[in-house]
Design a protein. Structure first.
Length: 266
């Protein structure tokens, strides 16, 4: 199956050969039906064996060790894990971001419209990955991730960020309550919303908002891949698309980043 797997990488920000990363599409897995086919979420209702094999095949595609893939129990918050070693299997801690300076650990995030954000300071060899949906962004998951990276040696001016596939503004309609929440927090956030054709509804630019926050944090370089999950059903899973189709669950796209160690041969 792995020969059919498709992974998207940064065009400019993550070219360091000592950093392996990738935003996987939904292609090349074993899952069936609404999970077709590279669903990597152990918390979905998908067949457990299929998901395990999907995760294994994804890691093998990048020549990485399956048992080093670490995906937290995402809770749409701002908690960030600082890893010095891998956690025990099936004890995934609750968090929405992971940072480390330890080589060999594959940091993973699962998304289906929310944005996966990879951050790297190549000079100090500190990496991070965040699950950034509207709630996490509002609560400060990006700020928390950058702060934790700084705590273990990163410098903001050195950090490069890549925003992976997520729902685009064109398809992300939200209510007035969410609009007011963001504007109340910072009036400048109004620029990330455009009035919808529907009364008291707005189109929200999630990736644009993330870019704005990262630039405000003085992150050295931000790359937005500008890939929409909602309108690309053959490439990506999408929560909103699944809801519209009245499906009872949805698959998740896997994104990963890892610092190479001397044992890695890829």
């Amino acid at each position: 199956m792995s020969k059919k797997i498709s992974v998207i990488t940064s065009k400019k920000n993550l070219k360091n050969p000592n950093i392996i990363h990738g935003f996987f599409t939904r292609k090349g897995g074993e899952s069936k039906g609404i999970y077709n086919s590279l669903n990597c979420s152990l918390r979905s209702k998908d067949n457990f064996l299929h998901v395990n094999n999907n995760r294994k095949n994804a890691m093998e595609f990048l020549s990485l060790q399956t048992n080093m893939l670490l995906t937290p129990n995402q809770i749409h918050g701002k908690r960030v894990l600082v890893l010095k070693k891998k956690w025990r299997s099936h004890s995934d801690p609750k968090a929405d971001a992971i940072v480390t300076k330890k080589s060999g650990l594959v940091l993973g995030i699962l998304t289906a419209d929310c944005a996966p954000v990879i951050l790297c300071d190549e000079k100090t060899k500190v990496i991070g990955i965040a699950h950034a949906g509207w709630k996490g962004v509002f609560l400060g998951v990006l700020e928390s991730t950058v702060n934790k990276m700084e705590n273990i040696g990163a410098k903001r001016s050195n950090i490069k960020a890549v925003i992976g596939p997520c729902i685009s503004k064109k398809f992300y309609e939200v209510g007035n309550d969410l609009f007011q929440k963001f504007v109340k927090k910072n009036p400048k956030n109004k620029s990330f919303f455009t009035a919808s054709k529907k009364h008291s509804r707005y189109m929200f630019d999630l990736a644009g908002c993330i870019c704005g926050i990262l630039k405000k944090l003085n992150i050295g370089n931000v790359e937005n891949l500008s890939l929409d999950t909602f309108s690309n059903p053959k490439k990506f899973f999408s929560y909103r698309r699944s809801v519209r189709k009245k499906e009872n669950d949805f698959g998740r796209n896997l994104s990963v980043v890892m610092l190479k160690n001397s044992k890695h041969r890829g």
